[in-house]
Design a protein around this ligand. Sequence first.
Ligand code: MLT
Ligand code: ZN
Length: 464
Amino acid sequence: MSDSRAVMAALDELRGALAPERVVVDRDKLDDYGRDESDLGVHPPEVLVLAETAEEVKRVFAVATRHRLPVVPIGARSGKSGGTLALAGGIALSLERMSRILEIRPEDLTARVQPGVITGVFQQEVEKHGLFYPPDPNSADVCSMGGNVAENAGGPRALKYGVTREYVLGLEVVLPTGEILRVGRQTIKGVAGYDLTALLVGSEGTLGVVTEITVKLLPRPRHVSTALVVFKSVEDAARAISRVLASGVIPRCLELLDDVALQACAKSAPFKFPADAGAAVMVEADGNDEEGVFAEIVRIAELVQADAAGEVIVAQNEAQRRDIWETRKYLSVNLRGLHPLKLSEDIAVPRSRIPEMVRKTREIGAKHGFLVATYGHAGDGNLHANVLFDREDERPRVERAVGEVLRAAVDMGGTITGEHGVGLAKRDYLEYEQGKALVALQRRLKALFDPLGILNPGKIFPPE
Ligand code: MLT
Ligand code: ZN
């Protein structure tokens, strides 16, 4: 924790720099802002600041610099890697009040938003203009655009449309040194200078605080078709997924649910799977030509049929589509119905290694005596291996199992994180994936943006 005299002095200055009611020290509130969806405990800040402008963010940095206090940027607290936990106390800088959609420009296929805009709200707004913002983390109803930029978030549709970075054209960013900069561009094309936008997207709130985002939009596909296939075993499902991908068909989503995931869905999910299902795959295709979309689903059905345990079920209307997606969307939450605690990973492996990785996660779970649910965006090799457990005293063993899963992914040519970010959760494994020299270069980059090391310390890289 920080020096208490420094905190008191900073508090006075913050109350002078922002409206005093937006500088919060209420204990319960601080605890709330010390949590996220990572299950990595509570790490409360000592002060919470609710910023409303880039200029205010700059003032917060000035105070933090004078008193050498950490500043942790916070979006919607839905992150899964502990990226917003205030490990060393200090100031939590919430961007939730910067929640305006500044403009949607249908003629340019772009939009500008503040970081606190909820992703799902933004998607609905652009759809009213016949437009489409594809990045779709499953937490879209609650997560924010700023958080998505920080983590370079993805989701089921990333298979066809890519992740957040592919849609961010430009950013307004406040650096810890107090500079307010505009990086990137407002145009669809543009190659001037280093691509600092790409560097900032996915930098997990360690290089600067994003206060405005310009994104690229697409025309909204007019037709979407969703189908579900049940398999006897997860191995059969993984094989079918590989066959679809190898055939050259790229649907917009290809999601896998293993038997443990299906068990978790059984109680409360709107869609009911057959009792003997050992795995399921959700497939979605989209496009402007209805027959073309239907033909793609038929083609996929033909490709998976040999491994499937029954007919391919195609959603007949919007309500059925919604039921299927709700079942998938709340899986992470529903797993707690099986065991109250879990550590959830988001490894990604080359597509050809999906069956092997699925097998490996189960072996590691069995070896350590834990149930592992494996599900997720199998189409792009991004699997959520969730180790389920009951008691806190089991956590060290769970962490060992998780470490083995992460290393196995890297050994297969994959990565420790496909969409949730490194944060606190995976910082000890970054070097295993990237090597000493690359991690050292990234530390030097961080020092260039944040010479005093006050911005979100302890994230991405382990303490030296
Ligand atoms: C998901 O795909 O549901 C999310 O990334 C969260 C998770 O399950 O870990
Ligand atoms: Zn996911």
